[in-house]
Design a protein around this ligand. Structure first.
Ligand code: DNO
Ligand code: MN
Length: 358
């Protein structure tokens, strides 16, 4: 398992690379060009800038999260081809600087969805929270405004400029069924995967978060059967998964350790975090520790270990603790604790398996 941490870029992340370097066992940053709009080709000079910054701190840039997919591709509009051409050119450029994995998602309109970015927890920390009833009753534009008012940073997937024409986007999606979304995804993969393969870049789709439809929009990367269906769309190891234990774990029927075992050879990037789910459909992002949430993080890590996982991993969203002022979900402190929890499990498993084989 190769450990990484997400970094949003100079001036766009409160955590300096010096600090990421000090988290035990972290080899690389998970990065993106957050100021390049979805659908545009990434400029080489900006890519090189990030590479130089990472190089200076002895961190690799092997994993990109995300190269976002333009809405026209998800909608299956005739204009999609020009955006897919740009996507392909970006893949080729990323290969030139040594990128190995690209994470992306295929969620219509929004990326992850929460109703409160700073829900107070019993211990005085705050965390990202999803309140089912509230989401059902809130107007999407109101949620966009609340999210941007409550965060000093632009949240990927919630860019106010992109969402300016929200009503328009919703109108277009009225015609798009889940089956349409599947076929638009297949169209995209059939063009992109051969290029990724040629350039030795593994593609890893991130599951939908939460893994069910929100605001009536279709969502398809949601559970085991659909992950299998996704992998069959283009049955090639370069067409793989970013398996996010927190996103999938938000649905109580999803057996995340089971999915890790089932799909291990197609998982290129592991997002590991915990989430506490409630019967009414609410969930909150707890610490990474198994005892704090509903996902058995120990079993998740054990599944990776048993399968001899050599891919990339990162802690995912953390709580906001110790007074840290940070990007929602992306403080240094709780993610640092997350890394150490994951290593604790991993290292113990390493010892135990060595002893058994001795
Ligand atoms: C949630 C996060 C997501 C993720 C994007 C990937 O679990 O990991 O925000 O970054 O959906 O495209
Ligand atoms: Mn994730």
């Amino acid at each position: 398992m190769k450990m990484t941490m997400r970094w949003f870029g100079e001036g766009n992340d409160q955590v300096p690379l010096e600090y990421i370097k000090q988290v035990p066992g972290v080899e690389g940053i998970v990065w993106s060009l957050h100021d390049v709009p979805a659908g545009d080709e990434w400029p080489m000079d900006k890519i090189l800038e990030v590479k130089e910054q990472a190089d200076r701190h002895g961190l690799n840039i092997d994993v990109v999260e995300s190269v976002n997919v333009h809405e026209d591709i998800k909608l299956g509009l005739p204009t999609r081809d020009k955006y897919i051409d740009n996507y392909v050119k970006t893949i080729e450029k990323l290969a030139k600087v040594g990128v190995k994995v690209i994470c992306y998602n295929f969620m219509p309109v929004f990326d992850w969805t929460r109703t409160n970015l700073f829900e107070e927890m019993n211990d005085g920390s705050t965390a990202l929270f999803f309140e089912n009833e509230k989401l059902k009753n809130i107007d999407p534009m109101e949620l966009v405004n609340t999210i941007s008012e409550n965060s000093e940073y632009t949240m990927p997937g919630w860019e106010p400029e992109r969402l300016e024409h929200l009503a328009d986007l919703f109108e277009k999606y009225k015609q798009v069924t889940e089956e349409d979304l599947w076929s638009n995804l297949q169209y995209f993969l059939e063009r992109v995967i051969p290029v990724a393969k040629e350039n030795d870049i593994k593609m890893g789709i991130h599951p939908d978060d939460p893994p069910w439809s929100v605001f009536g929009l279709p969502r398809i990367i949601t559970h085991k059967e659909n992950l299998q269906r996704f992998l069959n769309l283009v049955d090639d190891s370069y067409n793989g998964l970013t398996l996010c234990s927190g996103s999938l774990g938000a649905h109580p029927n999803n057996d995340v350790p089971g999915m890790v075992r089932e799909f291990a050879d197609r998982i290129h990037f592991a997002h590991i975090r915990n989430v506490k789910t409630y019967d009414n459909g609410d969930f909150i992002e707890t610490s990474h520790r198994t005892e704090d949430g509903s996902v058995d993080v120990y079993e998740v890590v054990k599944a990776y270990h048993d399968k001899g996982f050599t891919g990339y991993a990162r802690p995912d969203h953390g709580r906001h603790i110790w007074g840290e002022k940070c990007r929602p979900g992306y403080g240094l402190y709780d993610r640092g604790l997350g890394v150490m929890y994951l290593w604790g499990i991993w290292d113990a498993l390493q010892r135990m398996t060595k002893k058994v084989s001795n």
